[in-house]
Design a binder for this molecule. Structure first.
Ligand SMILES: *Cc1c(COP(=O)(O)O)cnc(C)c1O
Length: 374
C-alpha cells in the first residue's frame, strides 16, 4: 500500500464507551460522546451510540454534518464556540451549542427565529482553565441579558477544564459550578437541565465518588477513544488503549551512521536536531510522516524500535535492536525487511492528526455493517 492505514476496532470503542457510560450512569451523569479526535467518523460515532452515549459532540460543524449525512440520528452538540458569521449554519446543523458571547447568542436567536426553531445553548463558565467561558463575576449580568433572546433556550451551564492550562476538576470547582447553576435557576426561573461539568479529565473524581451531586452531564472523547483519563494519562480500568492502530510500511532499510555527515543547518521544519553517537545503526524509512501524524505521539506495538526523526513523508526508525535479535536484551520478535509493516498505537495528538490526514486510509472493523468507505 502506498500510504499508511489506521485500523479502528469498533468493538473496543463500544466496550470503552460502555465502561465509562456505566460508571457515569451510577452517579446520575449522562455522557455525550466526543468524536472530534476522529474527525467525526461515522462508524466510531455509531459504536459510541451502541455503547450508550445519549448525544454526540464535536468541535467542527463539518464533522457534525458528516455524521448527519451518514444517517446518524442523535442529539448533536457543537463544542467549539460558534462564530458570529456561521450562526445560520449552526442553527441548521446542530440542536445544541456551547456559548459565551452575548452578540453570538443574539445572532443565534435571530437565525433560529428565522427558520422557526429554538436553538439550545449551554453557557460555558470559566472555572480557571482560561480557555472558553464567562467569568464568574459577570455570569448573572450575562444571563440577565441572555434570557431575553426568544430564539434560544438555555439548556444548561458547563465548564471545560484541563484543556488549555491543565486545571484539574475538583470537588471544589465542580461545587462552584453547581452553586452557580442553583443561583441562576432561582434568580431567573430557569430549569437548566444540564450541568455539563467535565470531559475525560473528570473521571477520577467520579470514580472516587467525589463529584458533587447536581453535575449530570459529561462530554467524553479521549477516554472512550484511547482508554485513558487525561490528568495523568493513566489507562482506565476495563478499557482498551489500542482501538486505533496505525500501520506503516518499510520503504528503505539500511545500515547508516547514527550521526549525520557534514556541516549542519536547519532541518526541513526549521529545527536543529541533535543525534547521539551510538555507532552504526539499522535505519528503516516508513511511509508515514508529519503530513500524516504527530510523530511524537506514537508507541510501537513491538519492542525494540525507536523513532529517530520525521519529515513530511518519512518516519525514520532505528530498528538496530531488531536486526540483532539473537544477541540483544531488548529483543524484538522478528527481523525487519523492506515491505514489512510496523504498527503503533497513538496518543491523542497523533490520533487527531492521523484521522485528519487524507493520506491515511481509515479501516474500521467489528460489529458495524454500514462502515465501509466512510
Ligand atoms: C474536546 C472537548 C471535550 C472532550 O475532551 P476529552 O478530553 O477528549 O474527553 C469536551 N468538551 C469540550 C468543550 C471540548 O472541546
Amino acid at each position: 500500500m502506498t500510504n499508511p492505514y489506521i485500523t479502528i476496532d469498533l468493538d473496543k470503542i463500544e466496550h470503552n464507551t460502555n465502561t465509562l457510560v456505566n460508571l457515569c450512569r451510577e452517579q446520575g451523569i449522562q455522557v455525550a460522546g466526543v468524536t472530534k479526535g476522529t474527525c467525526g467518523h461515522p462508524a466510531v460515532a455509531r459504536a459510541m451510540l451502541r455503547g450508550g452515549v445519549t448525544a454526540l459532540a464535536d468541535s467542527r460543524l463539518e464533522n457534525i454534518q458528516r455524521l448527519r449525512a451518514a444517517g446518524i440520528k442523535a442529539p448533536f452538540i457543537l463544542l467549539r464556540l460558534p462564530s458570529l458569521s456561521s450562526v445560520e449554519e449552526v442553527v441548521e446543523s446542530v440542536e445544541i451549542s456551547l456559548n459565551s458571547e452575548l452578540s453570538v447568542l443574539a445572532a443565534l436567536s435571530a437565525a433560529a427565529l428565522n427558520s422557526q426553531r429554538v436553538h439550545q445553548v449551554i453557557l460555558m463558565v470559566d472555572l480557571g482553565d482560561l480557555r472558553e467561558g464567562i467569568c464568574l463575576p459577570e455570569l448573572f449580568a450575562f444571563v440577565a441579558e441572555a434570557v431575553k433572546f426568544p430564539g434560544i433556550h438555555i439548556k444548561g451551564v458547563g465548564a471545560n477544564l484541563a484543556c488549555l492550562s491543565g486545571v484539574v476538576p475538583t470537588a471544589q470547582n465542580m461545587a462552584q459550578l453547581v452553586a452557580m447553576a442553583q443561583g441562576l435557576r432561582k434568580a431567573f426561573g430557569l430549569s437548566l437541565e444540564w450541568i455539563s461539568g467535565i470531559n475525560s479529565s473528570g473521571l477520577e473524581l467520579i470514580a472516587a465518588k467525589r463529584m458533587p451531586a447536581g453535575v449530570n452531564h459529561a462530554r467524553i472523547g479521549e477516554a472512550i477513544l484511547l482508554g485513558r483519563e487525561t490528568i495523568q494519562r493513566r489507562s482506565w480500568p476495563d478499557t482498551f488503549q489500542d482501538a486505533f492502530v496505525l500501520h506503516a510500511e518499510v520503504l528503505e532499510l539500511k545500515r547508516k551512521p547514527s550521526r549525520p555527515l557534514g556541516e549542519l543547518g536547519q532541518d526541513a521544519f526549521g529545527g536543529h536536531p541533535t543525534f547521539a553517537e551510538t555507532g552504526e545503526m539499522v535505519r528503516a524509512l516508513l511511509n508515514v510522516g508529519r503530513e500524516d501524524l504527530d510523530p511524537d505521539g506514537i508507541q510501537f506495538l513491538e519492542p525494540g524500535f525507536r523513532v529517530v526523526g520525521a519529515s513530511s513523508g518519512y518516519l525514520v526508525v532505528d530498528v538496530t535492536q531488531t536486526a540483532l535479535t539473537q544477541t540483544t536484551l531488548t529483543q524484538t520478535s522478528r527481523p525487519i525487511q523492506v515491505g514489512d509493516e510496523l504498527a503503533f498505537t497513538l496518543n491523542y495528538s497523533a490520533l487527531l492528526t492521523a484521522m485528519t490526514s487524507p493520506y491515511v486510509k481509515k479501516c474500521p472493523f467489528g460489529s458495524d455493517h454500514a462502515s465501509e468507505e466512510e
